[in-house]
Design a protein around this ligand. Structure first.
Ligand SMILES: Cc1cc2nc3c(=O)[nH]c(=O)nc-3n(C[C@H](O)[C@H](O)[C@H](O)COP(=O)(O)OP(=O)(O)OC[C@H]3O[C@@H](n4cnc5c(N)ncnc54)[C@H](O)[C@@H]3O)c2cc1C
Length: 396
């Protein structure tokens, strides 16, 4: 008879492996269940300085191949125009503003850290999760495993989410699709805002290929194939990956509204927790999710390790206080962000002003939040530019 675990973590992406790492280090018996590794997860692979700071110590002995990004270039491909923002690449001590990693490598490093800390990997897919009164039965292939707590770290299509609360509705998801362009690389990311459907195109260089993609809200009614056609034209116009071998990918990303963030339900009796994409914790504007996967994992682990009867509330309150307001703000801004006039204003401001370029670099690195963005722009003393940018975003 297998011993009941303290915690079953479903999914070993960044959220799951980091939850397992944080709990196993405190002595919890942790099952980390995921049969997909090694695997490339469809993703840009952009890991911001703030995300790197969370895991830096755990990954310090691990040789993780990354591409350090020196510049972010914003393009208007129709006008043949582009402007660049220099990013911070400190020599030592502090993480760079942005690195890009293949998810096969990044996720393997976190999984390795979790196993070294003592988590048991169960390399299988979870078929069902059932609350048993004082814990959970987790059906894995033909076997049943039991745990006192369950953590759903199983991404945007989360089974744990579907079993414990409501799945994401169509208008809470966006679609991202694109190609890995093998044989091309660079040390700059390239971004173009797109107005119809609202979203953006990106090229994120990994050590030996580019991850090129486009994203849009599912509710915009466009199919992945249409988005990919649009992206193919962009690749031709920008000549970003001449001669590269293209390998396609598509995947959903949670994209919640400000109302959704005000009513997040990420935990409940008798002890289930949702972290990362399964909880909907992705910036609806930039689609940065890795940082939120890691911090929500830490907070869920803290709550479970506290042993308090109100651990679910502890976790939910922390998510609601620490990240939900910022993400709600991002959601409010996004409809105005992906428009041609805003893109033009922003590119003018970046071209003209070094202080505005620093604000843009801090936004990319995750150092500048949306709630304080207005005053940060005003403090650049580029008052005319700042007011135009801000009024465009919020003058509704
Ligand atoms: C195209 C695209 C580009 C993106 N670019 C970026 C970017 O550049 N930077 C950034 O920060 N974020 C980006 N994101 C978002 C980012 O990929 C996610 O937010 C992040 O991966 C969330 O981590 P997670 O651990 O919550 O989920 P995931 O990384 O999705 O991991 C979930 C894991 O659960 C496993 N799983 C699922 N169901 C089961 C089951 N039933 N049983 C067992 N295991 C299961 C899966 O196999 C997977 O390993 C992008 C997303 C997409 C789609």
């Amino acid at each position: 008879m297998l011993m009941r675990a303290d915690v079953a973590v479903v999914g070993a992406g960044p959220a799951g492996s980091w939850t397992a790492y944080c709990l196993a280090r405190r002595g919890a018996r942790v099952l980390l269940i995921d049969g997909s590794h090694p695997r490339e997860k469809p993703c840009g692979g952009g890991v911001t300085g703030r995300a790197l700071s969370v895991v830096a110590a755990a990954l310090s002995g691990f040789d993780l191949p990354t591409q350090v990004i020196h510049t972010a270039r914003f393009v208007d491909s129709a006008a043949g125009r582009s402007v660049s923002v220099g990013l911070d690449v400190p020599a030592v001590e502090f993480p760079p503003d942005l690195v890009v990693a293949s998810r096969i490598d990044f996720d393997a490093a976190l999984l390795h850290a979790a196993r070294e800390a003592g988590a048991e990997l169960v390399p299988a897919r979870v078929r069902d999760v059932v609350a048993t009164g004082d814990g959970f039965r987790v059906d894995v292939g033909g076997d049943a495993r039991y745990a006192r707590y369950v953590v759903g770290a199983d991404g945007a299509n989360s089974l744990v989410r579907r079993r414990m609360t409501t799945p994401f509705a169509r208008d809470q998801l966006s679609i991202a699709t694109g190609w890995y362009a093998h044989g091309a690389t660079s040390d700059e990311i390239v971004i173009e805002f797109v107005a119809d459907p609202p979203g953006y195109i990106w090229s994120f260089p990994r050590p030996d290929h580019l991850a090129i993609g486009i994203c849009a809200e599912l509710s915009a009614g466009v199919e992945a194939a249409q988005l990919r056609e649009r992206l193919a034209a962009w690749i031709r116009t920008t000549r970003i990956a001449p001669g590269a071998r293209l390998q396609p990918y598509s995947w959903p990303i949670p994209s919640l509204s400000d109302d959704d963030f005000a009513e997040l339900s990420v935990s409940g009796a008798p002890g289930w927790f949702l972290v990362g994409d399964a909880a909907g914790l992705v910036d609806p504007l930039t689609r940065e999710g890795i940082y939120f996967a890691l911090v929500s994992a830490e907070w869920a682990a803290d709550a479970i390790a506290s042993g308090q009867p109100y651990m679910c509330e502890l976790y939910e309150d922390r998510v609601r206080d620490r990240v939900a307001p910022e993400l709600a703000r991002a959601s409010q801004l996004k409809t105005r962000f992906f428009t041609a006039p805003f893109a033009a204003l922003m590119m003018d401001a970046i071209a003209r002003s070094e202080p505005i370029r620093r604000v843009a670099a801090d936004l990319i690195a995750g150092r500048q939040g949306y709630e304080t963005l207005k005053w940060r722009l005003v403090r650049t003393f580029e008052v005319g530019v700042a007011v135009r940018l801000w009024r465009h975003l919020l003058d509704t």
